[in-house]
Design a protein around this ligand. Structure first.
Ligand code: GLN
Length: 315
């Protein structure tokens, strides 16, 4: 067992959870009504180890939309479909040092990396582009279903419609990248953007997201089912970019203090990967000024204070 004494580990996680419950700092995302209406003080933590031990606490039965947490999964799908050489003709792999939706491309006219909006829109242009829209979405939803080890995976249509309606910046990013010739030949920009909004509107609960994270921790094989969804090489590349770019403008600070690959989303979701050990999902909708879940970040800090999970703790 990777965590030999799971009961005492669960007790420690429970203790961290309880210490964070009174923390009401931060605000829920308010750029669309569907996120603004979410009860702000909900909090769930779910864990799944690479050998399938599981633990959940708090509001783990509540579903939330993945938002930016779709970015690493979509990036993995582009790598599976085309290989890194082709994918990175269209997207860089350097932190941008800018906000996640900043109107900016790198020196080659490409989005900086796949973990920000521009790069995630680019990923969408590269996923099964020859299929029609319905089949492309089915492919992504099926991937989430497999990654979650059989938990239900939903789609929040109201979030999708609202994202699409308030998407001026994402449209601007799309046109800006097209102006720079960044997209693959034949890309339908409007369809690509709609596909991106659909991917952000995939819904699951913390337990399912922990399974997704554990699959990344396990090199692409779902611990709960034994299903190989991604190759090890794909996961290695994805975790590298999550480590450098996954936490918005806090990515460098997160790499320094936590030292683990992670991805956050505006819904308050945070997916944390402890390679070869476990995946952790934290969901708490109140966000800090940089857009990360307040309790999510605090949880990560307390976790590495208690356990030697920081990548350089083993030195
Ligand atoms: N749907 C959001 C957007 O594109 C997702 C961004 C996020 O989670 N940071 O703006």
């Amino acid at each position: 067992l990777v965590i030999p004494d799971f009961p005492s580990f669960m007790a420690d996680i429970t203790e961290i959870y309880e210490s964070l419950l009174p923390d009401r700092r931060g605000q829920v995302a308010d750029y669309i009504p569907q996120l603004k209406r979410v009860a702000p003080d909900q909090f769930a933590i779910a864990i799944c180890t690479v050998d399938g031990q599981r633990f959940t606490i708090g509001d783990f039965g509540q579903s939330f939309c993945v938002q930016s947490v779709c970015k690493p999964i979509n990036y993995c799908l582009t790598l599976e479909g085309h290989g890194a050489e082709v994918v990175h003709r269209h997207v860089g792999r350097e932190p941008s040092g800018l906000g996640f939706n900043e109107l900016s491309v790198n020196g080659n006219g490409l989005p900086h990396n796949p973990m920000i909006n521009s790069g995630a829109i680019m990923s969408c242009s590269l996923i099964e582009a020859s299929l029609d829209m319905a089949d492309r979405f089915d492919y992504v939803a099926d991937t989430w279903r497999r990654l979650s080890g059989g938990s239900p995976v939903g789609f929040n249509n109201a979030v999708y419609l609202s994202e699409r309606q308030t998407a001026d910046r994402n449209f601007a990013l799309g046109y800006f990248m097209r102006e720079h010739g960044a997209f693959p030949a034949g890309t339908n920009l409007i369809e690509t953007l709609e596909f991106y909004f659909q991917c952000c509107s995939v819904e699951l609960d913390a337990g399912a997201l922990a399974s997704v994270a554990s699959t990344l921790a396990n090199g692409g094989v779902v611990p709960l089912s034994g299903d190989r969804v991604f190759s090890t090489g794909t996961v290695q590349k994805c975790l590298s970019l999550m480590s450098s770019c996954g936490m918005y403008d806090y990515s460098g600070e997160f790499a320094f203090t936590i030292g683990l690959p992670a991805k956050s989303g505006v819904s308050g979701a945070l997916m944390l990967v402890v390679p070869q050990v476990m995946g952790i999902a934290i969901w708490s909708p109140r966000l800090d000024a940089l857009g990360n879940s307040v309790r999510g970040i605090e949880f990560c800090k307390q976790l590495v204070a208690k356990y030697n999970f920081h990548v350089y703790d083993s030195l």
